[in-house]
Design a protein around this ligand. Structure first.
Ligand code: NAD
Ligand code: ZN
Length: 351
């Protein structure tokens, strides 16, 4: 086994993902160096690898991938007081400017001057070592594994979306899409007190079985393209109209469905990225005062998510279907792209 200093997964350009040895980064003031343990592959990592861009984020220079991650603090920079060498941590990938209006009013996920792992031009953390702002690293409770620590990131997307929707005790919630984000929204909605959670997803009945096993109270397979008929099917399955729909597929069909099934005054939370422009059924939205809310990444979710996982109130573990060592990063990406599983984890520690 060769000893690399800091084996890193670097995307040079579209389709060109390489493993290369890099120098070990030293932590600056307020930062920690982390010996990486688990990094989950996100749809966006696969997309950058395959398309070289997401919207106006274009990979122009070599960039490390990976932003769903956890590891062990291996060095502490100047001024860091809440972490010590040896602490196991989950990493929040976005570090905002802390100075602008949205940062100061608390909605730091909307900061336009954010450093965000594996979003061009910012490097990700798929490597042996990574340095990160210490206050965006959260100690893992003893009962929380590194793997679960990495899953706090996708879980946070679902948790934030449910907060945006105002999900609360007794709500009926429909989640569209049964990928890691939809599943995270389903888990969060249940933990926040939703009485009924229904997952809808097209094409893929295996993913629905998965959602059911993870706790969805109902699942509905989209079998027709007739959204009006399908709206009836969803309402008949639930026996009521939902208070909140969390849309995690981006599909036009789902948006039409969401507005069709919602209660008067209900809330549609848009999470999934589909086409840049989608249409909404305007008269139904107007006459029934449907609220449409965007949901972007997360803010202030790590503590709650970690505590919920530590207590067992949320179980994210079943989401992990595959593991690969860092050396086999390409196999891991091919598996993620094939859609064979739900979440692929890369183990970054030396064997
Ligand atoms: P995924 O591809 O694993 O899951 C998407 C799911 O949607 C799949 O189960 C798929 O079968 C289903 N789907 C596809 N077309 C559909 C349709 N016509 N109707 C209903 N369901 C359909 O993706 P993921 O990782 O779970 O992410 C879900 C979405 O959330 C993506 O669009 C992603 O870009 C987006 N996302 C948004 C944020 C945010 O901050 N807003 C963060 C992360 C991911
Ligand atoms: Zn800011």
């Amino acid at each position: 086994m060769s000893m690399d200093a800091n084996l890193s997964a670097v995307l040079y350009k579209k389709g060109d993902l390489r493993l290369e040895d890099r120098t070990v980064p030293e932590p600056g003031p307020g930062e920690v160096q982390i010996s990486m343990h688990s990094v989950g592959i996100c749809g966006s990592d696969v997309h950058y690898w395959h398309s070289g861009a997401i919207g106006h984020f274009v990979v122009k220079n070599p960039m490390l991938l990976g932003h769903e991650c956890s590891g062990t603090v291996s060095k502490v920079g100047k001024g860091v007081t809440h972490l010590r060498e040896g602490d196991r941590v989950a990493i929040e990938p976005g570090v905002p400017c802390r100075k602008c209006e949205v940062c100061r009013n608390g909605r730091y996920n909307l900061c336009q001057d954010v450093f965000f792992l594996a979003t061009p031009p910012d490097n990700g953390a798929l490597a042996r070592y990574h340095t990160h702002a210490a206050d965006f690293c959260y100690k893992l409770p003893n009962s929380v594994s590194f793997e679960e620590g990495a899953l706090i990131e996708p879980l946070s997307v679902g948790l934030h979306a449910c907060r945006r929707g105002g999900v609360t005790l007794g709500h009926v919630v429909v989640v569209c899409g049964a990928g890691p984000i939809g599943l995270s929204a389903m888990l969060s909605a249940k933990a926040m007190g939703a009485s009924v959670v229904c997952m809808t997803v097209n094409l893929d009945s295996k993913r629905l079985e998965f959602a059911k096993a993870m706790g969805a109270t109902h699942t509905v397979l989209i079998e027709s393209k007739d959204v009006v008929a399908f709206t009836e099917t969803v309402i008949n399955t639930l026996w009521v109209r939902p208070d909140v729909v969390v849309e995690c597929s981006g599909a036009q069909f789902s948006i039409d469905l969401a507005i069709g099934v919602l209660k008067p005054g209900g809330v549609l939370v848009m999470v999934g990225h589909g086409p840049d422009n989608v249409s909404i059924p305007a008269s139904s939205t107007i006459a029934r005062e449907i609220e449409i809310r965007g949901s972007f990444r997360y803010k202030n979710t790590w503590k709650a998510a970690l505590d919920m996982v530590a207590s067992g109130a949320i179980n994210v573990k079943p989401m992990v279907t595959h593991h690969f060592p860092l050396e086999k990063t390409l196999d891991a990406f091919n598996t993620a792209k094939s859609g064979a599983g739900i979440k692929v984890i890369i183990d970054c520690f030396r064997e």
